[in-house]
Ligand binder design. Sequence first.
Ligand code: FES
Length: 245
Amino acid sequence: MRCAHAFAPSRRRAETRLDIVRLEVADRRLKHKSKYTLDRGIPGAFEGETITRRRFMTGGANAAGAVATAAFALPALGFAIGPIFKSTPVHWEAVGAESLFTEFNYVPVVLTLNPTIGEAGKTTVYVRKFNAAIDNDPYDKGTPYIAITSRCAHLGCPVRWVDAAERFICPCHGGVYDLLGRPVGGPPVRPLDRFYTRVNGEQVELGPRFSVNSELRRFSPRDPGEPLDGIGQYLYPSRPGAQKL
Ligand code: FES
């Protein structure tokens, strides 16, 4: 009589062969997978059906969700990144004859920043002739006129030039600026912004606005409350749509 151990190797061989056959069948099925749900043995399948109703409904719901999400997200995305691709045309505006301005005092003029919104698009700018005795920073060399904005660098209130004190004064929170527009009191975080100037014929023209740091170095225009000294120039970049220097 042969003991059970004698059959063990041949049985193991038979199991291994069976496994190989099973794998080959599975592989063939995988390669030649039928497009019909019935052939694939999916529960609840119908004759001639290529996609189950559940899968169809799931796909439809996902597609509807994607369309609804895109309807909300795409316009917001467009508003957010659209200004990056928008270039602002350079605008120069005549603000008066050269004879109107002196080296020693500021003259208020009205400048149109946005012609599409009427009076609200206008601002007051203080202009005087370049004066080598006081405008001795390296950045103003060759500038024919100094044009300083009336928009406070703290929160944007209108500042006023007070001739007797030789100061720009902001009534909102007591911001005080010196003759060059640099803050000397109160909460403003940087000097008053300026405008490019040029002379065209007899007329003084003002161009784009730019911001300056405490040394009067020029930067692309920033919003009020954004410092430009030290790390501030990197923490507060100019708006994407703003005119770059
Ligand atoms: S807005 Fe000018 S000091 Fe605050």
